[in-house]
Write a protein that binds this ligand. Structure first.
Ligand SMILES: [Zn+2]
Length: 380
């Protein structure tokens, strides 16, 4: 923003903004956008229409994203601009403790790459691929979260980096990242469904991530669609997960083809039109559509994006999903609802989503004002 925009936004006089901005420039807290040699921060003046941004000296924020097979970390400016990212492959069987250790080491490396002294880290957004109480950091979910058991995610990161931590599970993070990648105007209510070895839902309503009271909102995979269905590892019967999870799809493919297949091999057979495999993906898609019908009655989305590994099957899974969802759709949500494939996002876009999400939960202005010391140095 430039000073005239700031004055309008804050509904105050330009003179007041000029005085405030001059003070912030002198302290090196803000600087002209695209700072160059001829415009030195601290000079004390900025033309009225010159765009100002928060200076790195005011601090930075970070992100850690724990996907099933990759750990992505990143650092960014307080206003959400990404400074750096790093992606590290990880075994799907890696424990939570191993994943956090990897992420902390990578974050420290990124911090060390910044010119010394390090700006203060004012917050870290963490997206783990497990059920977690986003306020306490406690991992819940029993057998469904066994790789993360016996660890408190918040405590590990807070002790590791000495900064505020915001937790949001991977499904909701993915939804928020997809939301940020959409062209304007954004949908009013977005649902993002990830179909893989789990079935996860993230919801962004009116631009806000809906997490629930504890962070448990969106456990679509454990919504029962048949009370007499197979027993799920959560101990309920007929969970969507037992119909549309990749393990179920692969087991059914093994039975009909007589050969154990990888998920990519099964998807390739479906895309090639193998009737036996197509019918398996079709049943999985229909099951997801049936479960989403209830979700739509509750949340009235205008866009549903389908992502995750299984979504590579495209219309083989999307068409039966749409059919099952719209067959019983009420007109008010069904008439304008769009169901589309999610897009593949870059590490940069995923980290950017984390930084934006952190800003929803942490009062960064207060953190900067409370912590700012012109001689502030490293946190590592
Ligand atoms: Zn279940």
């Amino acid at each position: 923003m430039h000073r005239a925009e700031l004055a309008r936004h804050l509904q105050t006089s330009r003179a007041t903004i000029t005085n405030t901005v001059t003070g912030l420039l002198e302290r090196g807290m803000v600087e002209p956008e695209g700072l160059s040699a001829d415009i030195a921060a601290g000079e004390g003046k900025a033309p009225l229409k010159e765009k100002l941004v928060l200076a790195r000296r005011a601090g930075i924020i970070g992100a850690a994203i724990h996907q099933d097979d990759t750990t992505i970390v990143g650092l960014g400016e307080l206003d959400g601009r990404v400074i750096s990212t790093r992606a590290l492959p990880c075994s799907p069987d890696a424990t939570g403790r191993e994943r956090i250790s990897t992420a902390l080491a990578a974050l420290r490396e990124l911090l060390d790459e910044l010119p010394a002294p390090h700006p203060q880290l004012h917050g870290l957004h963490v997206a783990p691929n497990t059920l977690v109480n986003r306020h306490t950091g406690e991992v819940l979910g029993g057998a469904t979260s066994r790789r993360w058991s016996e660890i408190n995610i918040r405590d590990e990161y807070e002790e590791g980096l000495g900064t505020a931590v915001v937790l949001e599970n991977l499904a909701r993070h993915a939804a928020y990242a997809q939301y940020g990648a959409l062209e304007s105007p954004p949908p009013r209510n977005l649902l993002h469904v990830s179909l893989s070895f789990g079935v996860a839902l993230g919801q962004v309503l009116d631009g806000r991530i809906i997490s629930g009271a504890h962070g448990g909102a969106g456990e679509l995979g454990h919504v029962s669609i048949d009370s007499n269905g197979p027993v799920c590892r959560c101990s309920n019967r007929g969970c969507l997960f037992t119909y549309a999870g990749a393990d179920t799809v692969l087991e059914e493919c093994r039975i009909v083809t007589g050969t154990p297949l990888s998920l990519d091999e099964a998807i390739d057979l479906a895309l090639a039109g193998d009737d036996r495999v197509v019918s398996i993906f079709s049943r999985a898609g229909a099951a997801v559509g049936m479960a989403l019908n209830s979700v739509c009655n509750l949340l009235d989305p205008d866009l549903i994006l389908i992502g995750g590994h299984l979504s590579r099957a495209g219309d083989v899974i999307l068409d039966p999903l749409r059919d099952a969802l719209f067959r019983n759709a009420l007109p008010l949500f069904g008439r304008d609802l769009r169901i589309e494939p999610a897009v593949t996002l870059s590490d940069q876009a995923l980290v950017h989503a984390s930084l934006r999400a952190l800003r929803l939960d942490v009062d960064l202005a207060a953190a900067v004002l409370a912590a700012h010391d012109p001689a502030a140095v490293a946190i590592s």
